[in-house]
Write a protein that binds this ligand. Structure first.
Ligand SMILES: N[C@@H](CCC(=O)N[C@@H](CS)C(=O)NCC(=O)O)C(=O)O
Length: 269
């Protein structure tokens, strides 16, 4: 098998450590063992220069690849770029055939449009919106369960078709190996207990196939390394693992401070 070409100059990845989207890119870089460097900055600065000059939409992640001169934002587009340029020979996380390439594309679009924004809105209305709007929380919570149900149903059907119904048998979204689209779902699913304010068992109740798939990826050394980077970068910014600044005990306390319009960032500095 041809080896993955490693870029001689590090790919620069602009991130703010708390949110999940940047970690989609980092885990793929880690999984492909690519040469990269994280440029970490504060969430308060996403809509300001210099980042706004990199991404006019003011959202992370973004990358600058000095090896090709390409600057990109939108995590899905970044993943497609990394796969085309740096997994194009070995296909460790991708496929060559038309059908499988487009199935990967399909799942990536589903992640970008069906998982990311809905899970993000659920988190927003559950934790950060100043006013508690039960119907908005219910709407996005239901959508999370529906999306997880779609994933679980597809994985269950594949397990049956592939004769892999035994516990611990590896089933993936496309074909018979883990691809970048499986990894794309990992960072948001990793935050589900927080987003839904439920225990891990409650989150995955009735979704055994999706749970097993997710938990297989959580065990990957590439994900563990990604989360070690996150812990270090969060610490550097005075943030606890859940994004709450140090010095604030609970998310509720954080929410109350935000609702009162207090400057909570100062606590984490
Ligand atoms: N569709 C974008 C979403 C990126 C996104 O929403 N990133 C969050 C952090 S996880 C962000 O930068 N938010 C800034 C803001 O809301 O102002 C992608 O996948 O790259």
């Amino acid at each position: 098998m041809a080896s993955t070409p490693n870029p001689p100059k590090p790919i620069v990845v602009w991130i703010t450590p708390p949110g999940p989207n940047s970690w989609k890119v980092i885990v793929v870089l880690e999984e492909l063992s690519l040469n990269y460097r994280i440029h970490s900055f504060r969430f308060d600065d996403v809509k300001k220069p210099p980042f706004i000059d990199i991404n006019p939409n003011g959202r992370v992640p973004a990358i600058e690849d000095p090896n090709t001169g390409i600057t990109l934002w939108e995590s899905g587009a970044i993943l497609q770029y990394l796969i085309e340029v740096y997994d194009g020979a070995a296909h460790r996380l991708s496929y060559t055939g038309l059908a499988k390439r487009h199935l990967c594309n399909q799942w990536l679009h589903f992640q970008m449009s069906g998982q990311g924004p809905y899970f993000g809105q659920a988190g927003w209305f559950q934790h950060l919106h100043a006013e508690k709007i039960p119907s908005a929380i219910a709407r996005y919570t239901a959508e999370i369960r529906r999306v997880l149900g779609v994933l679980d149903g597809v994985l269950a059907k594949k397990a049956k078709a592939e004769g892999k119904e035994a516990e611990g048998s590896a089933v993936w979204l496309v074909g018979d190996k883990m691809t970048f689209v499986d990894l794309a779902f990992l960072p948001w699913n990793f935050r589900l207990a927080e987003v839904l304010v439920q225990s891990w068992d409650e989150v995955w109740a009735g979704l055994p196939h999706a749970r097993a798939w997710h938990e297989r990826m959580v065990e990957l050394p590439s994900w563990k390394r990604s989360m070690e980077h996150r812990a270090r970068l969060m610490d550097e910014q005075g943030l606890q693992w859940n994004g709450v600044p140090k010095g604030i005990e609970t998310f509720t306390e954080y929410e109350e401070k935000i609702a009162r319009g207090e400057d909570t960032t100062a606590l984490g500095k």
